[in-house]
Design a protein around this ligand. Structure first.
Ligand code: GLC
Length: 740
């Protein structure tokens, strides 16, 4: 057989092996399903949080263990560690059909090694870094017996009052889609079954980030265009990347709870998108349909959620207590129950749990993997790439080599817990390198003096005098302020996005010393810090940077790492401007000049522009853009155009620029945003180096959902914009799309 034919046969065989594997799983699922009683099927749809052996849950632990033995529980969440998961799995294997449990956990940004919070990682615009972060989180969590993480959270969020903006990828559907793909790939790998990976979850389906007034769990009202154009794309990207599960959402969407939405779960997800995995409800969101006023009682909620395609009931105990009667009364179709059970069993087979139920619960592997020091180097790399240089007057940064005395001030400068941010769900965590630790380790001869000035939250000024005295004797002040870790995340909506406590006064007192003040801000969301923004000499936005945060901040402060991050969400000047997406509509009265706002779509007390724009982030060097070419100014059907330009590093140090491509459909059947991100490139350049960058543009790039929700590109002119930020466009061109 010639080489060519054998290669062809190999290629031919490849899909068959995947196909054969799918068929093998399906056959096993059908064979098992046929043996299951209705009660055993419903048991698979029941997920509970593991009851602690001590404390308030101890009383209900015994009955939970009995339910597991009886096959009434299909999955446990919040049980972690090889030993505990092995113990629980052993109970499940005492059930009649020995169906193994799935162990789920919120591994949102690391298990033992804590990475920057997801919004911080998003600021890196670095898909390899983001994938590496998820891969290591999966490696650590799977070694601790976890099969399934409830991540990535892919909710687009344009309202920083909403505390969960911290968990996502910011305001843009294009960037959010790239990041969703990277995170799913990092968590799951190429296919499920490896004991160093976990199933991922695209959550919260759908549009949870559009809660009215940024108040968590609040209603969502969206036009079909906004839903399809802004909030669904990252979910579809996660699905196309092979995400194993979806989690629905607490919110209503246009009056229907997402958990009870057949439109979302059956029409779109399982119908239009052909999703083959399963949907888990959010925590007790089935039960919450009673509080919403959508279900009359728990049995009614169970019927409505199952009918709408919510396969597994997380902690609601609605399915396990009421679905059997509902099926017998004909209120729930047995076919829907079977479909849900098939979806769940298929994942258990794909994970290899029927062949080796304990394969993820290996204490030796757990100990070895959690001790792997190489993970911290990756955490430091990701954290460095996430830190945004917002301001750098007179090249205050990097800290001058001659700085002999550095005053490290502020309530968060030596805090370990605040660097980790929210959603840290594992008690066994590595040490956190604080910002003070990092600066001390890197200062090399310079004297480092520290004064906290106040406790995290900074309620009291009592320590200010000592801090000011310390600062007055220094060459430069590094002030670390911001939110505490527990001010962002779930159920942490805020109406005031300012710095908590007396931190602004602390800044003013330090600034009054006349010394240069570098401000490092920690937060899980955009904050409003106008005086600091106006008067600080330099500002780094470090989010909550994780276990290696102190080393990462020090690397940037001393110039070992030249900051490259860009904001994944705009920063408002005040809460009154929210929502303030960069991708906004022109209106019939656009503001063309900030001085002429009479009868224009504007405020009389603030500009329409953000304090810091989506895509903003400075460097210690400078970049120029030039030599724009468009090889086809007119695009016929099926063609693609290439937009090219040069980026040059015109500064003295090497740096990374994230060049962004935006488009505007100038006239369309549905008004289009004044700009939409459609591409970006991270370009690393040495001083003086120049590189030509190209973007390929076709009909897909130019398409949008029209008034009938048809994905289409309409003929006409498109503005193509390339720049360093959404408010820093350097080059422009126009492309004409011809009739089909
Ligand atoms: C929470 C969150 C969800 C999380 C789940 C399990 O309420 O909404 O994101 O995965 O419950 O902890």
């Amino acid at each position: 057989m010639t080489l060519r034919r054998s290669a062809a046969l190999c290629l031919l065989a490849l899909p068959l092996s995947a196909l054969a594997q799918t068929q093998d799983v399906q056959q096993k699922v059908e064979a098992l399903l046929a043996r299951m009683t209705l009660q055993e099927k419903i048991g698979q749809l029941n997920q509970l949080t593991g009851r602690e052996a001590t404390g308030p849950q101890a009383a209900s632990r015994a009955s939970q263990l009995a339910d597991i033995r009886a096959g009434k529980v299909g999955s446990l969440l919040n049980v972690k560690g090889a030993a505990d998961t092995r113990e629980m799995q052993g109970l499940a294997l005492q059930s009649r059909l020995k169906i193994p449990l799935l162990f789920g956990l919120d591994v949102i940004h690391g298990y033992k090694t804590v990475f920057p919070v997801p919004l911080g990682e998003a600021a890196s615009w670095d898909m390899e870094a983001i994938e590496a972060s998820a891969r290591i989180a999966a490696r650590e969590a799977s070694a601790a017996g976890i099969h399934w993480t409830f991540a990535p959270m892919v909710d687009v969020a344009r309202d920083p009052r909403w505390g969960r903006v911290m968990e996502g990828a910011g305001e843009d559907p294009y960037l959010g889609s790239q990041i969703a793909r990277a995170r799913v790939s990092g968590f799951q790998g190429a296919k499920l079954g490896g004991t160093d990976r976990v199933m991922a979850t695209a959550k919260h389906f759908a549009a949870y980030g559009a809660a009215v007034a940024g108040r968590d769990y609040n209603a969502v009202d969206l036009s079909p265009q906004q839903l399809y154009e802004v909030y669904l794309p990252p979910f579809k990207a996660a699905l196309d990347a092979g995400v194993a599960t979806f989690m629905n959402a607490f919110n209503t969407l246009n009056g229907i709870p997402a958990t009870g939405s057949s439109f979302l779960q059956r029409d779109i997800l399982k119908g239009e998108w052909k999703f083959s995995g399963f949907v888990v409800s959010d925590w007790a969101s089935v039960k919450e349909m009673v509080a919403h006023g959508y279900a009359s009682d728990l049995p009614d909620a169970a019927v409505k959620a199952m009918g709408a395609g919510s396969d597994m009931d997380m902690e609601g105990e609605a399915y396990v207590n009421h679905l059997e009667d509902a099926v017998k009364a004909g209120r729930v179709s047995a076919a829907h129950i079977d479909d849900a059970v098939r979806r769940i069993l298929a994942k258990k087979f794909e994970l290899g749990l029927f062949d080796e139920p304990y394969r993820f619960s290996d204490p030796q592997r757990e100990q070895a993997v959690l001790a792997d020091a190489s993970h911290r180097a990756v955490a430091r790399d990701v954290a460095q790439k996430s830190i945004v240089l917002l301001k750098n007057e007179n090249n205050t940064l990097p800290l001058a080599a001659g700085a002999r005395r550095i005053a490290v001030i502020g309530p968060l400068a030596d805090s370990k817990r605040d660097l980790e941010g929210g959603w840290v769900v594992n008690d066994v965590r590595g040490d956190v390198v604080t910002i003070l630790d990092g600066i001390r380790a890197r200062a090399r001869g310079a004297q480092v003096i520290h004064a906290a000035a106040c406790k995290p939250g900074c309620a009291s000024k009592d320590g200010f005098a000592k801090a000011v005295a310390a600062a007055a004797s220094a060459d430069v002040i590094v002030l670390t302020v911001g939110e505490t870790w527990d001010m962002s995340g779930e159920a942490k909506s805020r109406t005031d996005l300012g710095l908590p406590g007396r931190q602004n006064e602390l800044f003013a007192a330090l600034k009054a010393t006349g010394k240069p003040v570098v401000v490092v801000l920690l937060a899980g969301r955009p904050l409003i810090f106008s005086e600091i923004a106006d008067k600080a000499d330099a500002i780094l936005y470090a989010w909550f940077p994780g276990s290696e945060g102190g080393n990462a901040v020090a690397s940037v402060l001393f110039g070992d790492y030249n900051p490259s991050a860009k904001l994944p969400i705009g920063f408002p000047r005040n809460v009154g401007q929210i929502p303030l997406p960069y991708a906004q509509y022109a209106t019939g009265r656009p503001v063309l000049n900030e001085k002429d706002i009479v009868y224009r779509s504007a405020y009389i007390d603030a500009p329409n522009t953000p304090r810091y724009a989506f895509g903003h982030g400075l460097s210690y060097t400078t970049f120029t853009y030039s030599g724009l070419t468009l090889d086809k100014p007119t695009l016929a059907n099926g063609e693609r155009a290439t937009l090219s330009f040069d980026i040059a590093n015109t500064g003295k140090v090497a740096g990374t620029e994230i060049a962004q491509l935006y488009i505007r459909d100038v006239v369309a059947s549905v008004v289009r945003p004044v700009k939409e991100l459609k591409g970006f490139r991270k370009v690393v350049l040495r001083p003086g180096e120049r590189q030509r960058v190209s973007f390929s543009i076709d009909r897909e790039t130019l398409a949008f959902f029209d008034s009938r929700l048809k994905w289409t590109a309409e003929p006409g002119d498109f503005l193509l914009m390339v720049g360093s930020a959404s408010d820093d466009i350097r080059l422009e061109s126009t492309l004409r799309l011809q009739e089909r």
